[in-house]
Design a protein around this ligand. Structure first.
Ligand code: KIV
Ligand code: ZN
Length: 530
């Protein structure tokens, strides 16, 4: 498709680490957030919203650390119209190369009356006051009119106009409750663009939620009608039905640049890795038929389709898997594959890993080839994911055994090693093999977290496939995710449970870390944000 000279650059504002992370069950620990931030930078997102610094000490700390690491994307922190929120953002963003303060206040009648208990005049005055306050230390200020779509359009224009006068460089129009239809949302954006005073001095952004499954359609419609920035999350994670999905917006613009005359600066070949990483660290699986990144997105089952694709790919494919970073099928790796072949495959899969990690991975890969004849890309990805975002291992699996049968319940025995050198062994009875072994682990660690999620699946087809387990536990109002892979399903469950336990130990400071490390918490909380 030929490049269009008039192609507009659409700013991608990723909020996976803020709006995405605040969704039920999507919380991430500090290490996981750092991994995701690094991947977002590889994607080349223009802006990443790293968190809501005033919402918890953990969020403040994680925004601070991410702001110190990220070099090429703008790092944003969310704030209510309150001095302490903006002060917290100032502290958190102090080390950012390109900081952005994101201030929000609701403008819809229902929010102003029942949530804020403020009059429209008070909302207008507060918007101006806090944009000015943020502007004192940050030149890049975004103002969001929460629930803008259900607000009086002329009131939003007025608030946006005053916010721009006060120094806002981006004004954001959210459909907070996902109520809009694409046509009317586009028309509204055009209206706002045409009627907001001084709009030429700011970017107009949209932030769509997916309650009716229309978040991406609404975002695209807004872009067609003049929006300059789209807010979105990887895999569309977010409150309730989620936010607009980054990969769908980006690929819609790329594939239909002929029609939309707009594109982003996203490196689309990093999309697949980003999707896998976010799914892995949140424990939230991507539905198989999800556009762009679902397992079936490029699968052709019907014979007639397969025949067509083999004859000419474009018969049934509008983009290539490679364009989003799904590697071409390569030779299958196995027992006789050497380090070179393994490292090359990792590179093809988009992983740039340091030599220490490579060493560990290669050993794990070799172990796996002893148990499994053919090692697939998904097997390799699972090994990498297992290693990269995991918390330090306070408890390491040493040995395990389970006796189980049809009527008598199960007895699980486990031996764990603590980082302090201690080894502990326990036997527990349970309703089944997993119950007995998890109880034995709880006995050793001396805690009984609630098991919120336990999911097991096969990575590839066939009985020799590796089992992949996702676990989420709840302890003292916080969620911790764990992931495990093994050719033995009980072992993959143990690994997943232990990785969640290790995340919990790391967070709660019982991991034997130094006091300074213990002060580095995460925003892995179960509370409501903006
Ligand atoms: O959905 C929403 O309105 C938000 C704002 C804070 C931008 O997330
Ligand atoms: Zn939102």
């Amino acid at each position: 498709m030929s490049a269009n000279d008039k192609t507009r650059h659409i700013v991608i504002f990723d909020t996976t680490l803020r709006d995405g992370e605040q969704a039920p069950g999507c919380s991430m620990n500090l290490q996981e957030k750092i991994e995701v931030a690094r991947q977002l930078e590889k994607l080349s997102v223009d802006v990443m919203e790293a968190g809501f610094p005033a919402s918890s000490p953990g969020d403040l700390e994680s925004v601070k650390i991410i702001a110190g690491i990220v070099r090429n994307s703008i790092v944003a922190g969310l704030c209510r119209c309150r001095e302490q929120d903006i002060d917290a953002a100032r502290e958190a963003l102090a080390k950012a190369v390109s900081p952005r303060v994101h201030v929000f206040l609701a403008t819809s009648p229902i929010h102003m009356e029942y949530k804020l208990r403020m009059t429209p005049d008070q909302v207008l005055a507060a918007s101006v006051e806090y944009v000015k306050y943020a502007k004192k230390f940050c030149s890049d200020v975004e103002f969001s009119a929460e629930d803008a779509f259900r607000s009086e359009p002329d009131f939003v224009c007025k608030v946006f106009g005053e916010a721009i006068k006060a120094g806002a460089t981006t004004v954001n129009f959210p459909d907070t409750v996902g109520y809009a239809m694409p046509g009317e949302f586009g028309e509204r954006i055009r209206y706002i663009k045409e009627h907001t005073p001084h709009i030429e001095k700011a970017r107009l952004s949209v932030h769509c939620h997916n309650d009716l499954g229309l978040a991406v359609a609404n975002s695209i419609s807004a872009i067609r009608n003049g929006a300059d920035q789209a807010e979105c999350t990887v895999n569309g994670i977010g409150e309730r039905a989620g936010n607009a999905s980054l990969e769908e917006i980006v690929m819609s613009l790329r594939v239909r640049r002929d029609l939309l005359a707009a594109d982003t600066g996203i490196d689309s070949t990093q999309i697949y890795a980003a999707s896998r990483l976010v799914s892995q660290v949140t424990g939230v699986k991507v539905q198989p038929n999800k556009a762009i990144v679902g397992d079936n997105a490029f699968a052709h089952e019907a014979g007639i389709h397969q025949h067509g694709v083999m004859a000419k790919r474009e018969t049934y494919e509008i983009m290539t898997p490679e364009s989003i970073g799904i590697p071409r099928k390569a030779m299958v790796l196995g027992k006789h594959s050497g380090r070179h072949a393994f490292e090359d495959r990792l590179k093809d899969l988009g992983f740039a890993l340091d030599s220490e990690i490579l060493e560990i991975l290669f050993a794990q890969f070799k172990d796996l080839t002893d148990k499994k004849k053919n090692v697939s890309d998904r097997d390799i990805e699972a090994l990498v994911m297992d290693l990269s975002a995991a918390a330090p291992e306070t408890w390491k699996l040493d040995q395990w055994a389970v006796n189980t049968g049809s009527a008598l319940g199960a007895a699980g025995t486990i031996r764990l090693k603590h980082t302090n050198g201690e080894t502990k062994k326990l036997v527990s009875l349970g309703d089944g093999p997993i119950d007995s072994i998890f109880k034995a682990i709880n006995g050793i660690i001396g805690k009984e977290p609630e098991l919120e999620l336990y999911e097991i699946g096969a990575i590839t087809g066939g009985s020799a496939s590796q089992g992949e387990t996702m676990v989420r536990i709840l302890w003292k109002d916080r969620y911790y995710n764990g992931h495990g892979v093994s050719t033995d399903v009980i072992e993959s469950s143990i690994k997943a449970y232990l990785s969640a336990v290790n995340a919990m130990e790391y967070e709660t400071g019982t991991s034997g870390r130094t006091a300074a490390e213990q002060r580095s918490p995460s925003g892995n909380r179960k509370q409501e944000n903006g």
